[in-house]
Design a protein around this ligand. Structure first.
Ligand code: ATP
Length: 458
């Protein structure tokens, strides 16, 4: 398989995108650290999202709320009561499983909306086996809360119990009134946030697809009641365009609308954006019409009015909200998967190259400066310094030029700039090689910045 998970994981590890977390201590299961190239790619992904969802949007503003919140937040949001997975233990081998996964993995049935009793009955009736030992004897379902608990201050009693946020959204809802008042925004408007979230997932895995510590990019878009379904459609297509702009291919994307039975009780419409990862289709982005549920809950629990005064119509109401919620790691994985390619360069010589066709805006390095001889180092470093004022650039003077090109292809650097003897002796020009076409053009050093700027703009 050309884009197998193994190949992608290996490239990520060997080139410094993603390392296993705490590796020298034997690691910590399903934790990952982002290396020198990974942090660049991650930052570029977040920057692209911020550009499209905040900077270029006439409606939206940003926020950076605290990870640790007043625990009453989680009572209001429903996370303390309902944010849990239905777990069953295998009585034979003592492994733990999610009941819904057992069913779905067994025969493809999606048990969304079923009660625990319905799931247990189904598992017993179909004699669904334990994926680990094959026996069919499970305990009853227990609900397992996914929030990480911690303590504030020095005492470990239940009064000081706190939770790490399992989503960034609630930080936006509790600041709705603050933001509306201070920005004096009129509906519709949105609040965007990027930040860490934590979930004590039962079955993490598939590399960085499902982890316990991850980052979300969430928008809560507030609008008038009865305009929500229009805005839902607006953001649904805005999100799709964003993914296509970043280079994900239409054929690897699937917009799955929830059926009425699958919808959360407060949601009027939900679409899961799924990407065709190397392990199969998986949720990348959830876009939901959450009605006025969240603000209503917070108004009730806080006792503070979260109504909006509509000056034009001289009425008050709690706004409706559309929420596109996207995971940074999942977008990272889909971008790397999409970009990864093994290309035959010369069939006769059996010559292939690994290349990542990353959008230049996302590439960790926008360019690499490569002197053809070490004697050209001074000039090459001059070029490097000019570019480094504007972009992340790499510098490499070791090995043959062919090998250096391949190393850059593999990490997705869109342009290689070679400095040769003509550069200093004749024309003050350099050669720019395009990663995808491998074609080369010669241009004055003075023109490099604007040439690259043009290509790396989203
Ligand atoms: P799943 O069904 O895969 O558990 P979810 O429906 O619980 O996901 P949401 O609560 O809608 O996910 O979260 C919004 C987005 O946050 C997801 O679409 C995904 O991109 C990201 N996300 C959620 N959980 C994780 C996780 N454990 N690891 C990485 N990303 C996650």
């Amino acid at each position: 398989d050309q884009k197998s998970m193994d190949k992608i994981v290996n490239l990520c590890k060997s080139r410094g995108f993603v390392y296993p977390g705490s590796e020298i201590y034997g690691g910590l299961a399903n934790s990952w650290d982002y290396g020198p190239l990974g942090v660049e790619l991650k930052n570029n992904i977040k920057r692209a999202w911020w550009q499209k969802f905040v900077q270029e949007s006439p409606y939206n503003v940003g926020l950076d709320a605290s990870i640790i919140m007043n625990p009453e937040t989680w009572v209001a949001s429903g996370h303390l009561g309902g944010f849990s997975d239905p777990l069953m233990d295998c009585k034979s081998c003592k492994t733990r499983h999610r009941a819904d996964n057992l069913i779905e993995d067994f025969d493809g049935t999606n048990p969304a909306g079923w009660t625990n009793q319905q799931m247990m009955d189904y598992i017993r009736e179909k004699q669904i086996p334990c994926p680990n030992c094959g026996k069919t004897d499970f305990t009853d379902i227990r609900q397992f809360n996914l929030m990480f608990k911690t303590y504030q201050g020095v005492t470990e009693n239940s009064k000081s119990e706190l939770y790490l946020r399992p989503e960034t959204a609630q930080g936006i809802f509790v600041n709705f009134a603050n933001i509306q008042r201070t920005t004096r925004k009129k509906l519709p408007f949105g609040v965007a946030q990027i930040g860490k979230s934590f979930r004590n997932e039962i079955t993490p895995g598939n590399f960085i697809f499902r982890v316990r510590e991850f980052e979300q990019m969430e928008l809560e878009f507030f609008c008038k009641p009865d305009t929500d379904l229009e805005w839902f459609q607006y953001w649904r297509s805005y999100c799709k365009n964003f993914l296509l702009t970043l280079g994900l291919k239409e054929e690897n994307l699937r917009l799955r609308d929830h059926d009425p039975e699958e919808l959360c009780f407060y949601s009027k419409a939900t679409t899961d954006f799924e990407y065709k990862f190397s392990f199969g289709w998986g949720e990348l982005w959830g876009v939901a019409d959450r009605t006025n549920y969240d603000l209503t809950q917070h108004q009730e629990h806080s006792g503070k009015s979260l109504e909006y005064m509509d000056q034009e119509e001289n009425t008050k109401y709690i706004p409706y909200v559309i929420e596109p919620s996207l995971g940074v790691e999942r977008l990272f994985l889909s971008i790397v998967t999409e970009a990864y390619d093994e290309e035959v360069v010369d069939a006769e010589k059996n010559d292939t190259r690994v290349v990542m066709h990353l959008h230049p805006a996302l590439a960790p390095y926008k360019a690499a400066v490569l002197p053809l001889s070490k004697k050209l180092g001074d000039k090459a470093r001059e070029v490097y310094a000019v570019l480094a004022k504007h972009f992340s650039v790499d510098y490499d003077e070791t090995g043959s030029i062919g090998k250096r090109y391949r190393r850059q292809d593999e990490i997705g650097t869109p342009f290689c700039i070679t400095v040769d003897f003509d550069t200093i002796e004749k024309d003050n020009c350099v050669t720019v090689r395009d990663r995808d076409t491998m074609e080369q053009v010669r241009m004055p050093i003075d023109e490099l910045v604007s040439y690259l700027q043009d290509k790396v703009t989203l």
